[in-house]
Ligand binder design. Structure first.
Ligand SMILES: C[S@@+](CC[C@H](N)C(=O)[O-])C[C@H]1O[C@@H](n2cnc3c(N)ncnc32)[C@H](O)[C@@H]1O
Length: 242
């Protein structure tokens, strides 16, 4: 399928995603309070990276401020780091956060759906942290093919994303997610929680793991190995090998 044929089916709004993440400080507070389970995901990813026996290039799609990835990658056998993000505000912070990485770093501003195919290189590891769900189902399906073309032989696609439980609808997921955020995100003001809920309920399109597996295997990846699933069944960290 061609990218231009997807535009009719797209009901996502990249401008509103960019606007939300340009107000980076709210997202930072959510992460700092570990409301999205970054600590456990970092531990799981670190353990997985410990098992790699070769240096690797790393493509970080939706890298944000790159705080998560740079912390994970510091001190590892990194060949190169490339980050892409739609938010210039996040990328300015990423520029600072990646300074300590010893490998060459490149940062690109733009929509990764459009820009992935323009990258000249392929990558041993491609990581997508909490941003795949901003694509519609048709876009995700197309994107898995693009991702497969950008993975080096023997490489792995790592995805950390919200996932629907088996048989769950988007509406049902959003209902329990909103209940959870309103009840558990006590360190945030009412206004901040409302802002986060507005973003998630209008811009997020989580899929079931079986749906992601179907897309991934159709593109030539192996089915996911689940590296982490949070206790509330909202998020999963998955490794798709080639
Ligand atoms: C929830 S944040 C995750 C940031 C970081 N990966 C992490 O795990 O903390 C999602 C990031 O993806 C970016 N993003 C969302 N859709 C994107 C797209 N289509 N192209 C590029 N970046 C995108 C947002 O600007 C934001 O920085």
């Amino acid at each position: 399928m061609q990218l231009e044929n997807l535009s009719g089916s797209a009901n996502r709004d990249p401008d509103s995603v960019r606007e939300f993440f340009n107000g980076w400080s709210l997202y930072r507070r959510i992460v700092d309070n570990d409301y999205l389970y970054h600590r456990s995901v970092r531990e799981s990813l670190a353990a997985w990276l410990d098992g790699l026996d070769h240096p690797f290039s790393f493509l970080d799609l939706g890298c944000g401020d790159a705080e998560f990835s740079s912390g994970l990658l510091k001190g590892r056998h990194l060949v190169s780091y490339t980050g892409i993000d739609i938010s210039p505000v996040a990328l300015d912070l990423a520029e600072k956060n990646t300074r300590d990485l010893t490998a060459p770093c490149k940062l690109h501003v733009g929509d990764f759906l459009m820009s992935l195919s323009t990258l000249a290189e392929s990558y041993d590891l491609i990581y997508i942290g909490l941003s795949l769900h901003h694509l519609t189902r048709a876009e995700k399906e197309f994107f898995f093919g693009e991702l497969r073309r950008k993975i080096s032989p023997g490489g792995t696609l790592l995805i950390f994303d919200p996932v629907l439980t088996p048989g769950e609808s988007r509406e049902s997921y959003m209902g329990r997610w909103v209940d959870h955020a309103e009840w558990a995100w006590k360190a945030l003001s009412l206004e901040e929680v409302t802002g986060a809920i507005e973003h998630v309920t209008t811009s997020d399109y989580p899929e079931e793991i079986t749906t992601l597996n179907h897309m991934a295997t159709g593109a030539g990846f192996l089915p996911a190995e689940i590296l982490f699933m949070d206790r509330t069944d909202f998020y999963a960290l998955m490794a798709f090998k080639t």
